[in-house]
Design a binder for this molecule. Structure first.
Ligand code: MG
Length: 167
């Protein structure tokens, strides 16, 4: 553990490109596969929301970032299950002496609608984080037609994590 603060926060941001294939890619958000005609491009499973959560946790713990831990040049992380990477990071955060208090997130996406999948995403992330569903929030926003999100070219996600020094 570094620093004296009992409470620490971290932010995470990620974006991935939406692609139609071939090859066909899945749209996976927070560990949940969402039926859609496009998927997210990336070296891993491109779970943009889980990547943002991972960076928020690493940021709060002062542990570098997702690219340093799981490089996209490493074949070991090709098509990697990002929830498995999140579980790895939860272990690293605990090993530093921190407990996760809560995680808040926003997915910025024009289509498809996130709301039918929100409860399952919260439950999936909460299980990986070792938290209750109420401690993991998943909000949805759109680009209002503006920028790469608004043009439907990609999906962005933001996350904030709060840690406390474990008793
Ligand atoms: Mg990413």
């Amino acid at each position: 553990m570094t620093g004296a603060a009992a409470i620490r926060t971290g932010i995470g941001w990620d974006s991935h490109r939406l692609v139609s294939g071939p090859p066909t890619r899945a749209l996976i958000l927070g560990g949940v596969t969402i039926p859609y005609e496009q998927g997210l491009h990336g070296h891993s499973d491109a779970d943009v929301l889980t990547h943002a959560v991972i960076d928020a946790l690493l940021g709060a713990a002062g542990l570098d970032d997702i690219g340093a831990l799981f490089p996209d040049t490493d074949a070991a992380y090709k098509d990697a299950d990002s929830i498995a990477l999140l579980r790895d990071v939860v272990g690293r955060v605990a090993a530093e002496g921190y407990a996760i208090v809560n995680v808040d997130t926003t997915v910025v996406m024009e289509r498809p609608k996130l709301s039918p999948h929100r409860a399952e995403i919260r439950a999936t992330l909460a299980a990986a984080l070792g938290l209750g569903d109420r401690d993991v929030n998943v909000k949805a926003s759109t680009g209002e037609g503006l920028g790469f999100v608004g043009r439907g070219e990609g999906v962005a996600a933001l996350a904030v994590a709060t840690l406390s020094a474990a008793a």
